[in-house]
Design a protein around this ligand. Structure first.
Ligand SMILES: Nc1ncnc2c1ncn2[C@@H]1O[C@H](COP(=O)(O)OP(=O)(O)O)[C@@H](O)[C@H]1O
Ligand SMILES: [Mg+2]
Length: 522
């Protein structure tokens, strides 16, 4: 049980902000503190007005119909009996608005040392401390249930269904990490109904329940993948780093004095294996992979977004050890420079939330962020200390292209024995990994359409010749990307960087409309 609230009341705090998405848990903690201190407790919100918790009947009893925020604060100072706790819900709405009357009233309460044993608990889904109150207000943040609390929840469920079971194995409880009390209750109950017990055989069931619950939050998704590091061609520096760092998650590494890895940023040319590597890391370390859809954050209602991001990050922290994959982070952040005008600063606040979280987390949540476009990335993100390393993922080198051909050819159950790999690599200068994969697919298509022929170098060359790689059309952009990365990032590959023939890009015939803006006069 969380003793913090009780300690703060004993230390004569008048107002305590308790942060959790779960009202019920806050009520539980307040109830425990109140009982232990011999106090009564009340709860207020805009809809239900004032209710008193009755210890005897274990029910909430209506006391008053107060609906106004200022009125309930006046009730607290003027009318409420001594030795009482008042839980206030919904106050993040008014505190967020910086309402001067409300803030004044709070300051009065906070500074009034003669209030005899009366305490306000602000029950908040998100932390919200107006500058005016930041000195005096005590804040308690309650995370998602840990294994110990999950055990209490699971035992209650077993009792509810009258299942006799003397102990519950830790892995069963761990399977529910990341869920709120209510969600865990639901998952355990369903498992008990299904299996009539809670043992290791229920784990897959609980995890699949958890996956669907987490998916409902909208921003996070359990990503299942069979991609291995061996499926990534080249990028040897990056793969070595991952191999080495994977070992620093162990308790022995911690004992030895190593820090838990924070995460990496993968920047670079589209289609060269950034997302692929993110997936492979989770598999290599055998951690769950959580995909965080940052683009969706801003599609929702402004104001809700910060809350949702916190919720998602909280889940990731509870599920740790895990890999949190933020794909194409720049998509979510594109509004950041102009956010002052466009969305009332939501973008930069959400972004700030993410940065602070990355800085402060101590749990083994390994963040892998990927980005194709550096111009939109705010400099704060690159500052030392956020990520362990920033890697630049360039176009594959000559040797890497051979490797990528091999991976995709062998993945399709063909052999490279009779293929001229040197020639294939030579002819695909400037191709990305995904373009090489496309060539393999296309060559197989042609071989099949000509009567299920074996895959030959000729089929592959034909596909190569009909492809104009993105690097050619990107031309100048690619050069800028490389220049930028030279001083700011480590190379993911240990291969030789080749110059891309940007001259060629001029020789590609373009439609006139691609170059001209119809809204501008000639
Ligand atoms: N280095 C590589 N090795 C093997 N396959 C690759 C490589 N790079 C790209 N591919 C292929 O191209 C696809 C797209 O690559 P992806 O990792 O999504 O690119 P991005 O860098 O844009 O995230 C991959 O799923 C994979 O099949
Ligand atoms: Mg990608």
């Amino acid at each position: 049980m969380n003793k913090e609230i009780e300690l703060l009341i004993k230390a004569q705090a008048n107002v305590i902000e308790v942060v959790s998405y779960e009202d019920k848990r806050i009520h539980g903690y307040v109830n425990a503190a109140a009982k232990s201190l011999g106090m009564s407790w009340y709860c207020w919100n805009e809809v239900n007005g004032l209710q008193r918790y009755d210890y005897a009947s274990k029910e909430y009893v209506k006391e008053d119909d107060i609906k106004d925020y200022l009125d309930i604060l006046n009730f607290f100072t003027d009318t409420l009996e001594e030795n009482a706790i008042l839980i206030l819900q919904d106050f993040h709405h008014v505190l967020g608005r910086d309402d001067p009357k409300i803030l004044r009233k709070f300051r009065e309460i906070l500074q009034n040392k003669s209030l005899p044993n009366k305490v306000i608990i602000l029950s908040m889904p998100v932390k919200c401390v107006p500058d005016d109150l930041s000195k005096e207000l005590s804040v308690v943040e309650i995370g998602l249930p840990d294994v110990k609390q999950l055990r209490t929840i699971a035992n209650t469920c077993l009792n509810n269904y009258e299942v006799n079971q003397s102990s519950i194995d830790v892995p069963v409880l761990e399977a529910a990490l990341g869920l709120t009390t209510m969600e865990a209750q639901l998952a355990f109950s369903k498992a008990i109904i299904e299996f009539n017990k809670l043992d290791q055989s229920c784990i897959p069931f609980i995890i699949s329940e958890k996956e669907s619950i987490i998916k409902k939050t909208g921003l996070l998704e359990y990503y299942h993948t069979s991609t291995k590091l061996g499926d990534v061609g080249g990028l040897e520096n990056l793969k070595n780093w991952i191999d080495k760092r994977g070992k620093s998650f162990t308790p022995e590494a911690k004992e030895f004095g190593l820090e838990t890895p924070k995460g990496i940023m993968l920047l670079g040319v589209p289609g060269c294996g950034k997302s692929l590597t993110a997936k492979a890391v989770a598999k290599a370390w055998n951690y769950p992979l959580l995909r965080f859809d940052i683009g969706k954050v801003f599609a929702g209602i402004v104001g809700e977004s910060e809350n949702n991001v916190r919720k998602a990050l909280e889940i990731a922290r509870a599920i740790a050890p895990c890999v949190l994959w933020i794909d194409e982070i720049e998509k979510g952040l594109s509004g950041i420079q102009s956010s002052g005008q466009t969305d009332g600063g939501t973008t930069s606040r959400v972004f700030g939330t993410l940065l602070t979280w990355m800085q402060e987390k101590t749990e083994p949540v390994f963040v892998i962020a990927t980005a194709n476009n550096i111009s939109q990335l705010p400099p704060e993100l690159m500052r030392k200390g956020r990520f362990d390393e920033v890697f630049f993922v360039d176009l594959p080198s000559y040797d890497e292209r051979k490797k990528i051909f091999q991976i995709h050819i062998e993945n399709r159950k063909r052999s490279i024995d009779n293929l001229d790999m040197e020639q294939l690599a030579r002819e695909t200068k400037g191709f990305s990994g995904s373009e090489i994969e496309e060539c393999v697919k296309e060559a197989l298509q042609t071989a099949f359409s000509e009567g299920s022929k074996p895959l030959t170098t000729e089929y592959l060359l034909e596909a190569i010749r009909s492809t104009v790689p993105l690097s050619i059309t990107m031309g100048e952009g690619l050069r800028r990307l490389r220049d930028w990365a030279k001083f700011r990032a480590r190379l993911a590959s240990n291969g030789q960087v080749e110059d891309i023939d940007t001259e060629k890009s001029k020789s590609i015939p373009r439609l006139k409309s691609e170059n001209s803006n119809p809204f501008l006069d000639d």
